[in-house]
Design a protein around this ligand. Sequence first.
Ligand code: HEC
Length: 132
Amino acid sequence: MMDSQWILAAGAGLVLLLGVGAAAQTTGPDAAEQAAGAGAPAQAAETPTLDGATLYAQRTCIACHGPDAKTPILPEYPKLAGQNAPYMLRQVLDIKSGARSNGNTAAMRGVLHLVTEDEIKVLVEYLSGLQP
Ligand code: HEC
C-alpha cells in the first residue's frame, strides 16, 4: 500500500523532473528542485545502499545520458561510459556546487539533489567501468 503509493509518487516526480530538466536552462535549478522535492526524502530513506547500475537508472541519469551512458538524448550532452572516475567525480561535485556552470550544466544541476556524495562516487565508478 505505502510502497505502491510511493512508486506512483516517484513516477510522477520523475516525469516532472525530466520535463523540468529539459527546461532547466530557462527555468533554473530551483524549479527542478521544487518539482522533485516530494520524491527525494522517501527515496533516500528507503534505499540506503544501491549499486551503480540501479542508481544510474533510478536517479534519472539514464534519461539524459542514455541507457548505455554513451547515447545521450542531445548531441551536446556528454557520453560518460569509460570516462575517468576521479574526473567525473570532480565534475559532478563542481556542477552541484555551481563552481562549474558553463554550457548545459543547469540541466544536470537540477537532478543532483537526488544523489548523496557517496552515491555519486558509486555512480562514477560504475560509469568508468563501462565500455566506451
Ligand atoms: C536533465 C539531463 C541530465 C540528467 C538527468 C543527468 N545529467 Fe549529467 N549532464 C547533463 C549535461 C547536459 C551535462 C553537460 C553539462 C555541460 O554542458 O557542461 C552533464 C554532465 C555530466 C557529467 C560530466 C561529464 C564531463 O565530461 O565533464 C557527469 C559525470 C554526469 N553528467 C553524470 C550524471 C549522473 C551520474 C547523473 C545521475 C545522477 C546525471 N549526470 C544526470 C545532463 C544530465
